[in-house]
Design a protein around this ligand. Structure first.
Ligand SMILES: O=P(O)(O)OC[C@H]1O[C@](O)(CO)[C@@H](O)[C@@H]1O
Length: 497
């Protein structure tokens, strides 16, 4: 009988000692999947710990729940619906696969039509959306679209008009397509930005601005009601969660920026990771092992945060993408049965870009009082054409930081200059950064979140926590709301009464 107490009682051996004790450690805790090398050997995972987590996974029926997800069961219990993002890349229930393929075909036809100038010459694509309707597409376009001379794509999420005006300043309204991305097609920020973009087109002489709008949504009727012609609505399934939606029509800005073949590669890379996750034993399963390490640190070592650092400029948006994926999915307080979960759930995901972060936050990682599991992401093939020394420096810095965190350095004479060491990190090393490997990488994170959720007994697929704040903001916007003295004063001071 294994449970959390067995895991909590595992010995806490220093990392360097773990390497000394087992010459096979590196081989045991690193694996290669879909062009990505995962090295978890500098975490405190041991064979014993993995076995204990495997036993917990059996108790929590991870295998059954994984098949239920792929099989289209209503694993999102609180919203009573299936979880269908894997169907977007070809892994799932037949009916979901067919629907996803039909929707992709529709999206591809529209892209073909745009390329054939059915909308006249288009140079600019203005995508408005927020949360999952922006973070994923933004990551894809920023990571993969740098060298593409196809359309100039801007993704605007913030309701702060400064964000939209920046784009208005550089886009030609008559050569712009407006893409409104919202699963619900009711999100305040997105609809306000969409209305303002329509106004900008109108004021600048575009005769039929609604004729230049494409809607990406799981609520086609709302989009049509707002004014988008049915032929330009690209639907996706209700079972595709917002933060899991970049594979669906929400990925439109990436598909148009990169071209359809690249988008198809992205889906293929994700499907390869899906197959790995579905078919590999847990002790050699990258998402499962990474989740075991996550849980070891939150449950056993009391870590409250985790920090991915992208040692590649092209992946600079990955930490903020992961913040939504991980914290909106697993930042929960109750189990699937509605009981208090009784233990820490998702750690706070933060992070940044190497090498910049080394000169800002790494002080705390090396000497601070918080233990933070770090994740280094790097790519072997350089993304730049400058002297090789740039990329060499970048990679060596990533690897040296991991080594230094683990090794530390004693200094009995000068404690301020001592490094405790034994600080964990994992390294994710891509051979190249392309649509295929990025697809596999994102799918890896999705499944890691899933394993974390199942072992914690929570539903990773709802997000009711965001509703209360939205409701109160709406009430305030209507001049209502029963606010505390502090909030009422802030509203008054800002002249918003
Ligand atoms: O796509 P929508 O419906 O506009 O929602 C945007 C985002 O808002 C949220 O619902 C949170 O407020 C996210 O889950 C979602 O990705």
């Amino acid at each position: 009988m294994t449970d959390w107490s067995t895991i909590k009682d595992l010995p806490t051996t220093r990392l360097e000692q773990l390497f000394a004790d087992d010459p096979e450690r590196l081989a045991k805790f690193s694996l290669d999947v879909a062009g990505i090398h995962f090295d978890l050997s500098k975490t405190h995972l041991t064979r014993e710990a993995v076995a204990a987590f495997e036993a917990l996974a059996r108790q929590m029926d991870l295998a059954g729940k994984r098949e239920a997800m792929f099989g289209g069961a209503h694993v999102n219990v609180t919203e009573d619906r299936p979880v269908e993002h894997t169907a977007e890349r070809g892994e799932g229930k037949a009916e979901s696969l067919k629907r996803a393929a039909d929707y992709h075909a529709r999206m591809r036809m529209l892209i073909d039509a745009i390329e054939a100038e059915a909308f006249g010459p288009v140079r600019h694509v203005l995508h408005v959306g927020i949360g999952g309707s922006a973070l994923g597409p933004n990551l894809l376009v920023d990571a993969l679209g740098r060298d593409s001379e196809r359309y100039d794509v801007a993704i605007v999420s913030n309701v702060d008009g400064v964000a939209l005006e920046d784009v208005f300043d550089r886009f030609d309204p008559s050569a712009t397509l407006l893409v409104v991305a919202s699963k619900t097609f009711t999100t305040t920020e997105t609809m306000m930005n969409a209305d303002s973009a329509i106004g900008w087109m109108q004021e600048n002489g575009v005769e039929d601005p609604y004729g230049r709008v494409i809607a990406l949504t799981a609520s086609p009727e709302q989009a049509i009601e707002w004014g988008v012609d049915e032929t330009r609505v690209l639907p996706f399934s209700e079972g595709v969660g917002g933060r899991y939606s970049l594979w669906s029509s929400i990925g439109f800005p990436a598909a148009i920026k990169l071209g359809w073949d690249q988008f198809a590669e992205l889906l293929e890379g994700a499907a390869e990771m899906d197959r790995h996750f579905r078919l590999s034993a847990l002790h050699e399963n990258a998402p499962a092992l990474a989740a075991f390490a996550d849980l070891y640190y939150t449950q056993v070592r009391g870590c409250e945060t985790r920090a991915p650092f992208a040692y590649d400029e092209r992946l600079r948006l990955l930490p903020s993408y992961l913040q939504q994926l991980e914290m909106e999915s697993n930042g929960k307080g109750v189990t699937v049965d509605g009981q208090p979960v009784g233990r820490p759930t998702a750690p706070i995901t933060w992070g940044g870009v190497g090498t910049d972060a080394q000169h800002a936050v790494f002080q705390l990682l090396h000497q601070g009082t918080h233990l933070v599991p770090v994740e280094f992401l790097a790519v072997i093939e350089a993304g730049d054409t400058l002297a090789e020394e740039h990329h060499r420096q970048l990679l060596l810095n990533a690897f040296a930081q991991g080594a230094a965190l683990m090794k530390g350095r004693a200094n009995p004479d000068d404690p301020a200059r001592a490094y405790p060491g034994d600080r964990p990190s994992s390294t994710i090393l891509l051979d190249v950064l392309d649509a295929r490997t990025l697809g596999a990488l994102i799918a890896f994170y999705e499944h890691r979140v899933f394993v974390n959720g199942v072992l914690l007994g929570i539903n990773s697929f709802d997000q009711f926590g965001v509703e209360l704040g939205k409701e109160m903001a709406k009430a305030a916007a209507k001049g209502g709301g029963d606010f505390d003295p502090s909030t009422a004063d802030l509203i008054r001071r800002a002249g918003l009464e």
